[in-house]
Design a protein around this ligand. Structure first.
Ligand SMILES: CC(C)(COP(=O)(O)OP(=O)(O)OC[C@H]1O[C@@H](n2cnc3c(N)ncnc32)[C@H](O)[C@@H]1OP(=O)(O)O)[C@@H](O)C(=O)NCCC(=O)NCCS
Length: 381
């Protein structure tokens, strides 16, 4: 009681080290991101999503044979339980895809006989199911909800490329395939961000992996976290043309509004993921008259915000333009982030279960104490 009275709350848990991890590391001072010790630039250049998932789960890179077997396992797990596909048809109109996804992942637990088994082996199998089924849910839901037929996965293609073709119903060209693969690689893990922390807190009660991933999706939805990419595109649409950027941004800053896709709790310099996405945003928009203004507007916003506030774009800023160019509707942007981040969430759940201690911080009580109980008939309004 006395100690609780004296303890000071750390708002937003800034700089608090909540656990040890080997999964990923964000070096905010030098603007570097590592998956199990490997720098994101190396992975973006050389590795696909499946290789990154294997790395995050096993703390080492796979051999050629392991990678091929792992990809086969994931693609074969992209099939969805039939009742879940039926449920897509009953989802009310206007529901946000992140709300659908949160419910659908919780629903997956109903059809998995291993839901209650938290052993390392069962967790590994469930993790593969989640990483494979989440993109299939997003694509399948989008198609059924919009009266289109389901597109089956192609075992010769990667998970990220399958997601894009299963979503759009088209075979993507080379640049689109590379861009979607990069999107999946770059979003796979990011230290103890809010959604990963939500997953670990949930896992620390020894709740099952579906519970932890459902909690994580709930946390990712908010505009201060994964929901920012949707808000970025809404801002780009709102601005409309490159000439209007400065007035629009100055107005937002004067009203003390947040510029979505800028700022970060950990990075004090540029988010390295933004650098790679900026390049793809430029390439994808470059030769297309309808898309080019989005890249132009984004660049001008970047310059204006940097000059006015000294802030850099985060991962969500150029992700919006890239997804727009890939034909993903704006309300689905955060689900694409979620599809990739299942890699990190599941890695963290396995790590938490392997060496668990209940996460249970304390709060600083700032109310009156003690208070005398007043019978209801004697209370004044
Ligand atoms: C990501 C984010 C929540 C981190 O914030 P944080 O570490 O909690 O920092 P704070 O909210 O305490 O902000 C610190 C200061 O910077 C300002 N700031 C931070 N991000 C800002 C933004 N995007 N636009 C305008 N001002 C911003 C705050 O207004 C605050 O200013 P003040 O001290 O004058 O009040 C924040 O940068 C933000 O809201 N960004 C926009 C949403 C976004 O892109 N989220 C995705 C993150 S990957």
């Amino acid at each position: 009681m006395e100690a609780e009275g004296r303890a000071r709350a750390i708002r937003g848990l800034e700089d608090v080290i909540a656990a040890e991890t080997r999964v990923g590391y964000v070096d905010g001072v030098n603007g570097k991101l590592y998956y199990a010790g490997y720098e994101i630039g190396d992975l973006a250049k050389h590795a696909g999503f499946e290789e990154c998932v294997f790395l995050l789960w096993n703390d080492r890179l796979p051999t050629k044979r392991e990678l091929a077997a792992f990809r086969d396992e994931l693609i074969s797990e992209m099939v969805l339980p039939r009742p879940l596909v039926q449920w897509f048809k009953r989802v009310p109109r206007g529901v946000h895809p992140m709300v659908m996804l949160r419910s659908a992942v919780s629903d997956l637990a109903l059809y998995d006989k291993e839901t209650e088994d938290n052993s390392m082996e069962a967790n590994r199998r469930k993790a593969a199911r989640i990483v494979a089924k989440v993109p299939a849910i997003i694509a399948g839901f989008y198609r059924i909800y919009n009266g289109k037929g389901l597109v089956p996965p192609d075992p010769k293609k990667s998970l990220a490329v399958n997601f894009l073709r299963m979503f759009t119903g088209r075979e993507p060209d080379k640049m689109s395939r590379e861009a979607m693969e990069l999107m999946f690689v770059l979003h796979a893990d990011h230290g103890f961000n809010a959604s990963t922390f939500a997953a670990r807190v949930t896992a620390s009660t020894l709740a099952d992996m579906y519970a932890a991933v459902t909690a994580a999706i709930g946390a990712l939805k908010g505009p201060l976290h994964g929901g920012a990419n949707q808000r970025v595109m809404e801002m780009l649409e709102g601005i409309g043309s490159p000439e209007d950027v400065d007035d629009y941004i100055d107005g937002m800053l004067a009203r003390k509004e947040r510029i979505m896709g800028f700022g970060h709790r950990v990075y004090k310099v540029e988010d390295p993921r933004a650098r790679y996405l900026r390049r793809y945003a430029e390439s994808l928009c470059g030769s297309d008259a309808a898309l080019h203004p989005y890249y132009e507007i984004s660049r001008r916003i970047e310059q204006r915000v940097k000059k006015a506030k000294g802030m850099y774009p985060n991962v969500d800023f150029y992700s919006a333009t890239v997804q727009h160019a890939l034909g993903i509707p704006v309300e689905y942007y955060t689900t694409v982030f979620a599809a990739s981040r299942t890699a990190g969430w599941t890695a963290h759940v396995m790590e938490q279960h392997a060496d668990n201690r209940l996460m249970r911080p304390r709060s600083q009580f700032v109310g009156k104490i003690p208070r005398r109980y007043v019978p209801i008939e004697k209370r004044k309004k």
